[in-house]
Ligand binder design. Structure first.
Ligand SMILES: Cc1cc2nc3c(=O)[nH]c(=O)nc-3n(C[C@H](O)[C@H](O)[C@H](O)COP(=O)(O)OP(=O)(O)OC[C@H]3O[C@@H](n4cnc5c(N)ncnc54)[C@H](O)[C@@H]3O)c2cc1C
Length: 551
């Protein structure tokens, strides 16, 4: 039997959850408190009581209310005639980009009571990149769904050690990784910096990660999440609003693309753009981007063997290569930093990326044979083994397609000026992941950061449902996303400059974040140009003139 106070809190929590259905997907007590505070301002009865309740009381009450709601819904749906399916009554959110990030966002929005249309042009997951997973990312997935987090954790190869190979000094420093913890939603990071600071969890092949998430999404939300193949096409209207269309591949090479209406006139409850670094929706909306680092040229591929130095199959390892060479380029840079990164997946392959040599650029015409020669030579340094052994194992490219080969690509940090846009009709368009900020693969955090941004998306939905104005909700979301992106930029920027002490590295990071924030506020020179100006003035780097970008 409940006391009067317990019954009043129960009613208050039920009211808040009814008004803000996204809270059903959010076990964070703070989220319940924030929504209640917002509703209290609007005079919703009982909402103020929530502020005075303790966390354990709120946790228990929330579980009770969800259980009651679930049972009631089961009864209602069983009795409802087929024509009154709840689907028609639910709001619809639109997610563009069906990588791990977009799919997890769709899952959260579906859990919060929405229908979700997710648009993705790739028919299959083919990225053969090995992703290093952070503990904080696994804990975030546990917030979305503990069973899914457990499944991802079981598929990941646990990290045994990381090794830094320092060619110039002839040293190879090995550091063991802490044992990863079990996925724990209680430990999910609140900020991007907390995520980046969290330990290594393990390594998982990108396409396996995406396939596992897709399987979960399709199985859990067959009725709520609709996958549409194609590219999102925002058809801008004269009044500034947008009709959301999907661009289907043209029937033949010379035929124009076909655009189809996606939402059949429905105004979306939210549009999430998780389209990666080359987001066309971001560009179509006129959201500017600018470089935060110099471009670097790398070659990536998978060598088909496992790291012999790990204790047993199923354990992964990470290897960084640092190679500093004297250079005589026209600018007289004191050094040229060349790096490499290896991630073994414990079973099938050594994901190996090597920076291309000085002088390699977008116009360089190397044959595949030349690329492979250089690739295996550098990979042997990364893995501290013989080139012959690696060649004998064979290598393929970053995408699992027939005949793929190690492939050069350009790596450049990039930042967008906005992470959220409010259209005249009040629709919030929220950008996330690489569409807002990208850094370097050596930072090994981009996917982790992108996934951790699903929680700010959920908070955004809660704010909108609890009556915060779209402008205010979007501004608060943008702040969180910028913080996440900044944490990744900070983690990666050191790889674009010659080596420096930890104190100087911190100064470099501060300068980079300042340059990005300044550009977002004032426009004008890009974050990279701003950073180089700061560096030339404050002499963060070794003499003679501050840092020169690694080329
Ligand atoms: C070589 C390399 C190695 C890396 N290694 C790591 C690592 O070890 N750990 C780590 O954390 N990160 C790593 N990263 C970074 C990581 O890959 C990215 O940060 C992450 O994939 C970003 O996720 P996202 O969802 O923002 O974008 P993406 O993963 O790029 O996904 C975007 C999706 O949107 C789709 N799309 C694009 N345009 C449209 C459109 N108009 N309409 C609809 N859909 C669209 C694309 O097809 C794609 O599926 C690496 C990156 C590279 C290049």
């Amino acid at each position: 039997m409940k006391t009067n106070r317990e019954a009043a809190i129960h009613n208050a929590v039920r009211t808040v959850l009814e008004r803000v259905p996204a809270l059903r997907a959010d076990p964070r007590t703070q989220s319940l408190r924030s929504a209640a505070a917002q509703l209290a301002k609007k005079g919703v009865p009982g909402a103020r009581l929530i502020a005075r309740a303790t966390d354990p009381v709120l946790d228990i009450t929330r579980s009770e209310v969800l259980r009651d709601t679930f049972n009631a819904e089961k009864r209602t749906h069983a009795a409802a005639p087929a024509s009154q399916t709840p689907k028609a009554a639910r709001p619809t959110a639109l997610v563009s980009g069906g990588s791990m990030t977009g799919m997890l966002t769709a899952a959260l929005l579906a859990k919060s009571g929405q229908n979700v249309v997710i648009v993705e042009p790739r028919p299959q997951h083919i990225r053969d990149v090995r992703f290093s997973l952070r503990q904080g990312m696994i804990d975030t997935v546990a917030l979305v769904d503990p069973t899914l987090a457990k499944e991802l954790a079981e598929h990941a190869a646990r990290s045994q050690f990381a090794k830094l190979v320092d060619v110039e000094n002839g040293t190879a420093r090995k550091s063991p990784y802490d044992r990863p913890d079990r996925p724990d939603p209680e430990n999910a990071p609140d900020t991007g910096q907390e995520l980046v600071d969290s330990g290594q969890f393990g390594v998982l092949i990108a396409r396996e990660l995406e396939s596992l998430i897709e399987k979960y999404v399709r199985k859990t939300f067959p009725d709520q999440i609709q996958f549409v193949e194609g590219k999102l096409h925002p058809a801008k209207q004269p009044d500034g609003n947008v009709i959301w269309q999907v661009e289907k591949p043209a029937a033949s090479k010379d035929a124009p693309p076909v655009y189809e209406d996606l939402l059949k006139g429905i105004k979306p409850s939210l549009v999430v753009v998780a389209e990666g670094a080359h987001s066309s929706t971001r560009d179509a909306l006129g959201i500017a981007t600018a470089p935060t680092t110099q471009p670097q040229f790398w070659t990536g591929g998978v060598i088909h063997k496992r790291d012999d130095k790990v204790r047993h199959a199923g354990l992964s390892s990470t290897r960084f290569l640092i190679d500093e060479k004297p250079t005589t380029d026209a600018k007289g840079s004191p050094t040229t930093l060349q790096s490499g990164l290896g991630l073994s997946d414990g079973h099938k392959g050594l994901w190996t990326t090597v920076q291309m040599p000085p002088g390699y650029g977008p116009d360089t015409k190397w044959s595949q044979e030349q690329i492979n020669d250089y690739y295996f030579q550098r990979a042997a340094l990364v893995w501290q083994t013989s080139e012959e052994k690696l060649r004998a194992a064979g290598a393929s490219g970053p995408f699992a397609t027939p005949g793929s080969q190690p492939t050069p690509f350009v790596l450049q940090g990039k930042a967008a000026k906005e992470a959220a846009r409010v259209l005249p009709d009040g629709t919030v368009v929220a950008l996330m992941g690489d569409a807002v900020q990208s850094s370097t693969s050596l930072g090994a955090a981009g996917m982790n950061i992108a996934i951790s941004e699903v929680m700010p998306v959920l908070t955004l939905m809660e704010s909108l449902q609890s009556g915060v104005s779209p402008k205010k909700a979007a501004a608060s979301y943008q702040e969180q996303i910028f913080e996440h992106g900044g944490a990744w930029s900070a983690d990666g920027v050191q790889w674009f400059y010659p080596r420096m002490s930890e104190t100087k590295e911190q100064k470099l990071i501060n300068a980079e974040l300042r340059a990005i924030a300044d550009w977002r506020k004032r426009g004008g020179a890009s974050p990279l140009e701003r950073l180089e100006k700061i560096l030339a003035k404050v002499h963060i780097a070794a003499p003679p003139i501050g840092l020169e970008p690694a080329r």
